[in-house]
Design a protein around this ligand. Structure first.
Ligand code: IPM
Ligand code: MN
Length: 355
């Protein structure tokens, strides 16, 4: 089969880690008889420098014309003082919206080879954990009405959390389907003791639950969820939650794996076309030094093969190669704890050798 992939390398370590993932995809393509055609477009800080805006139109149209999109990372100190609407991060929101990517899948699992990197007490993570966070991505407070106004105490700013029944229904269905394919357990996270939008969220999730009697669905308040994630992460299978709660909880979940450089993500909509990116940021301090861990991006490319192209064998092949490399003890600097570490290209070579 033949696939067109748009590459959004972005800033900092973005270009290096995307390059690694491209090399892996090319080898997988050769092995399984697929052709991947790559076209690169600018996004984030590099786009600001070139075009004066973080998300040029041709980047959007290039992504929409592709079969799927692989993104590195955006942002850096150089662009940190720009106004909100032309910051690199704005491009992420823009491309999610333009591509209609309302689902964000963020798996957070503890690698047995990296158990010692986990900051939680060993008795808490004895049996490991494997969580799939399903975050709503194009609604809620990120996209609600916002502005400045004169209030009771003078100048004030506001942002609005708003969810429609339709938005909750479609993300809930994705989460139930995911739970059905995993361990059949879904926890919906909200703040229904305070927020009206959460009360609708909870009501709609319960309605959808009736279509999935095989999935055990429970609710959890977000403050409790933040606590439970560090108290007993193994109780979670699939989590479904709003845009902002998902943003916060997925950072917490990634941190308890101890290896944020390993975690991929997928953003999906109604079509097969998705956007795949590592969870971590652009790490400008180590950019260009060959120190970056490319595994999260390589695993993001693997998710693309599975979710956008339906290539499960090819997906598994990459995941197994990464597992092997870790089990054999190869590490990049971020997970080496001072022991000798491989460079970005060296660890990519090790993964490729095992494909
Ligand atoms: C993420 C990031 C983005 C978000 C920012 C950079 C806009 O934190 O992908 O989690 O909040 O969604
Ligand atoms: Mn975030």
């Amino acid at each position: 089969m033949k696939f067109n992939i748009a590459l959004l390398k972005g800033d900092g370590i973005g270009p290096e880690i995307v390059e690694s993932a491209v090399r892996v995809l090319e080898v997988v393509g050769k092995k399984f008889g697929h052709e991947f055609d790559f076209k690169a477009y600018d996004i984030g800080g590099v786009a600001i420098d070139k075009y004066g805006k973080p998300l040029p139109e041709e980047t959007v149209s290039g992504c929409l014309a592709s079969d799927s999109v692989l993104l590195g990372a955006v942002g850096g100190p150089k662009w940190d003082t720009l106004p909100g609407n032309i910051r690199p991060e704005k491009a992420l929101l823009g491309i999610r919206e333009a591509m209609g990517l309302f689902t964000n899948l963020r798996p957070a699992k503890l690698y047995s080879a990296l158990k010692d990197d986990c900051p939680l007490r060993s008795d808490i993570v004895e049996n490991g954990f494997d969580i799939m966070i399903v975050r709503e991505l194009t609604g809620g407070i990120y996209f609600g009405e916002r502005g400045m106004r004169e209030g009771k105490y003078g100048e004030e700013a506001y942002d609005t959390e708003c969810y429609s029944r339709m938005e909750i229904e479609r993300i809930a269905k994705v989460a139930f389907e995911s739970a059905r394919k995993r361990r059949g357990k879904l926890i919906s996270i909200d703040k229904a003791n305070v927020l009206e939008s959460s009360r609708l969220w909870r009501k709609v999730v319960h309605e959808i639950a009736e279509q999935y009697p095989d999935v055990e669905c429970t609710d959890m308040l977000v403050d409790n969820a933040a606590m439970q994630l560090v108290r007993n992460p193994a109780q979670f299978d699939v989590i479904v939650t709003s845009n902002m709660f998902g943003d916060i909880l997925s950072d917490e979940a990634s941190q308890i794996t101890g290896s944020i450089g390993m975690l991929p993500s997928a953003s999906l909509g109604e079509t097969k076309r998705g956007l795949y990116e590592p969870i971590h940021g652009s790490a400008p301090d180590i950019a260009g030094k060959g120190l970056a861990n490319p595994i999260a991006t390589i695993l993001s490319a693997a998710m693309m093969l599975l979710y956008s192209f339906g290539l499960s064998e090819e997906h598994d092949c990459i995941v197994n190669a990464v597992d092997k490399v870790l089990e054999e003890g190869f590490r990049t600097a971020d997970i080496a704890h001072g022991a000798p570490a491989l460079s970005t290209t060296e660890i990519t070579d090790k993964i490729i050798e095992r494909i």
